[in-house]
Structure formats: C-alpha cells, structure tokens
Design a protein around this ligand. Sequence first.
Ligand code: GLN
Length: 494
Amino acid sequence: MSAVSDVTRMTAAQIAGLISSGEASAVEVTTAHLDRITAVDERVHAFLHVDREGALAAAAAVDIRRGKGEELGPLAGVPIAVKDVVTTKGVPTTAASKILEGWKPPYDATIVSRLREAGMVMLGKTNMDEFAMGSSTEYSAYGPTNNPWDLGRIPGGSGGGSAASLAAYEAPLAIGTDTGGSIRQPGAVTGTVGAKPTYGGTSRYGLIAFSSSLDTPGPCARTVEDTALLHAVIAGHDPRDSTSIPQPVPDVVAAARLGATGDLTGVKLGVVKEFAGEGAEPGVMAAFHESVEALVKLGAEIVEISCPHFEYALPAYYLIAPSEASSNLARFDGVRYGVRVGDDGNRSLEEVMSLTRDSGFGPEVKRRIILGTYALSSGYYDAYYGQAQKVRTLITRDFTKAFDQVDVLISPTTPFVAFPFGSRTSDPYQMYLADLYTIPTNLYGGPAISVPCGLSEGLPVGFQIMAPTMADDRMYRVAAALESAVGTFTPPEL
Ligand code: GLN
C-alpha cells in the first residue's frame, strides 16, 4: 500500500506506470483522488459535480482489462477532471450557467470519448466562468473557485476549476478550453501547465460553443510531459468537426522528452517586443527574464521580434468573440435545454424566452450578447465585425513573418499574478487585460503553452511559448527544457 499512499502527489506518467506494473489498481488510485476531493474541495471548489460512481466503475473496468492481460493505453486508469463546458453523456453539464442547470447531455464530446477509449477515469466536472467568459471564475453562477496558492485569490479563468484541481492535487490531469487564454492563464496563476493546441488539432464536437472560430480544447497538468501525454490522447482528426484538421498530430510526447534533456542548441526563440514590459508587473517580468537567461544557458538563441499588430488583438477579440457568442447562445431559449421561466400557460413564446434568458444568464454573458448583437447589426457590421476580421488577418501575418525568423515566440503568459477576489469585477476592461498576451495566438490559430517559470510575491508566474500552426511539438520541446531548468512549483499545504 505504501506505493499508493501519496498517489495524489504523483505525475500522471508515474500513476500510469504503477497501474500497468500492477503495483496499484485503478480503483485504489481513483479512490485516493476522490478522498482528496472530499478532504479539500469544500475550500477550493474546483468541482461543480463529482461523479464518484462513474469514476469507480470506469476504474474497475480498467482493472478487469488489466487482469485479463489486455493491452492498455499509456494513460489507462489515470483520473482526470473535465471542464464543465464539455458535454459528458448522462453527467450534468452546465457551463457554470443557471440556464443549463440540471441538463444531462445525451452524448459525449469527441475528446471525452477519446478519454474513455484510453481507459481514463473521469472524476467530475470543473468550475469555470459562465460559458467560458471571464478570467477569474468569479462569473460562475455557482460561486468562484479558490486558488490553492492563496484561497483569497482567483485561480484564473475561465478554466479556473481545472487548473485549481491540479494545484490542489485533486486530479493529476484536466481538460480545459481556450478561446482567448482560458487554459493558459489559469495555468499561469496556479503554477500548473496548460496547452492550447493548434485550432482544429483537437475536436470541438461536444464543446458548448462560445466563439467557434477560436474555441480550442486542450490538456492541463502539473508537468510538461503529462500535458503532452494527454494532448496525444485527445488530439487528431474528427469527421464530426468540420474545422478539424485531417493530418497526423506531431509527436508532442517525443518532443517533451527531447526537451527534458535540457539541450536547446540551435533553437531560436523570439521575444515579442510589444509584450516585453508594458503593463506587466515587475515581478512577472523579472521571472520571465530570468527564465530567458536559463534558456540561453541551454543553448537557445534569443531574437527580438516586433509584432506591430498585437496591440490591436484585444479590441479585435472583444468584437469577434462576443459576435460569435451572440449567435451561439441564441439556442438557449428555454425551449430546448435546461431551465424555463414564466411558462404559466398565459405567456407568449417570446415572453417565456425573454424571462428565461433574463434569469438564466449572468451579467457578463448578457454584456457579451449585447455587444455581439450590436457589432453584427446591419449598418455596423463592416465598421466593427468586418474591421476586426481585417485586424485578425494582420495579426496572423505578424505570426507568419515572425516564424520565418524564429522557431517559437515567447512572452509572459499573463501580465499579473493571481489577484484578490473582487479586485477586477467592477471594471470589465481590467478583467479583459488578463488575456493581453494570450489572445493573439487564438486569433492566429496556432498552439501555445504556459509553463510555470518562477514566483512573484510568493505567487506563480507563467511563461508562454507560441508555435506555428501544426508545430505543437516545438512548444513542448522548449517548455520541457524550461521545466528541466527551473523545476516545478508546489503550493503551500491546504
Ligand atoms: N478571458 C477571455 C474571455 O473572457 C478568454 C476566455 C476563454 O478563453 N474562454 O473571453
């Protein structure tokens, strides 16, 4: 039993090793994580729903397969937490909105089917900002998640629950979605790793859509290797998603293992000039610069790169994302899913729809729907949405030009460390700034990863590595090299 006594502190790779060698059963591993959730989640609130029975049944099935000597995948029996914006058959899925309270999807998202096929064990669904709109989980209709590093601070958003579940040792792996930074920014502020794959590299089928041209599901973990292992399980072509790329996924696991040898000889890293300094906390910049020096010691070459249109990314994003959201969220009408309000037999369909949407959506979601409807309305479309799409093209050109000169681009992941609850909710713009450095990648469609690189005032700082589309392996190599140089970061005991 001693081998499994601290199983919640292990990496996914270590856990998988214990299970495949027979030193631990999947049921033991799952029970340890469920017990940890019971012990700490009242304080962390990473989970909206814990599927104890489903998890134990999945784990038992893996143990039976192993007992029969069946070939198991590299992550078989490893527990995982899934962001509540991803549909899970028969398991409540709310996107942290009141409007979907009680909804049990009739199908699994493609990425969830792949987890199940890989023999992975879903522990439950994690908290998030409502419909993935936000950077702090303060916009969850079910109350925020607390950052395990300091329970009075935000865990990032929108995927704060997934990131916090890792930092609190409730799960070794988690699924996030990244539309403007919602995997990377929570990773940065919780001292965990989060990767946004190439757009189209992971299937959107079964994701509750926010902004369809930007939404990208991806892996979250405590180490780069674990992140890569999960990436390999979920990625790859899906005929059910018309934007899924019909090409093989680069070998991200091999790239992470190569990077872990700590040799970056000949690798060119582009420091984005526009992100070096302005608006970032001094402690964040200090950790970033120290990490750059560490990468130079590993043989990397640093090139300063100007991406002149990146400064327009935030305004372009806040037209494109709300525009697409206003269209995607039209389906929540009180007829098809979840909650219905005011249907007393005397009201018209329009009245019921309006009452349902008024009480079902929170303030940030309403703000985005109003903004998006306005930007798409006739007479304004060209001036706002059309213009934002042109800016998107210019940002993409900045990336492609940069990648003619360097292998990857680097920056801090986020301008500031985890902030105290309530400090940015009164001014939406202050909240939007959390994604200043992550949003350009989404507009371009390339992959990017956040890896912990140091502490500022005792709180984790994230380092972002951005790569060309379908070159996800490159960012894993650099991320693993950085991790080998700076190590991983452990929060105080809860
Ligand atoms: N924080 C950004 C927003 O509020 C990004 C969200 C996301 O990536 N889902 O839109």
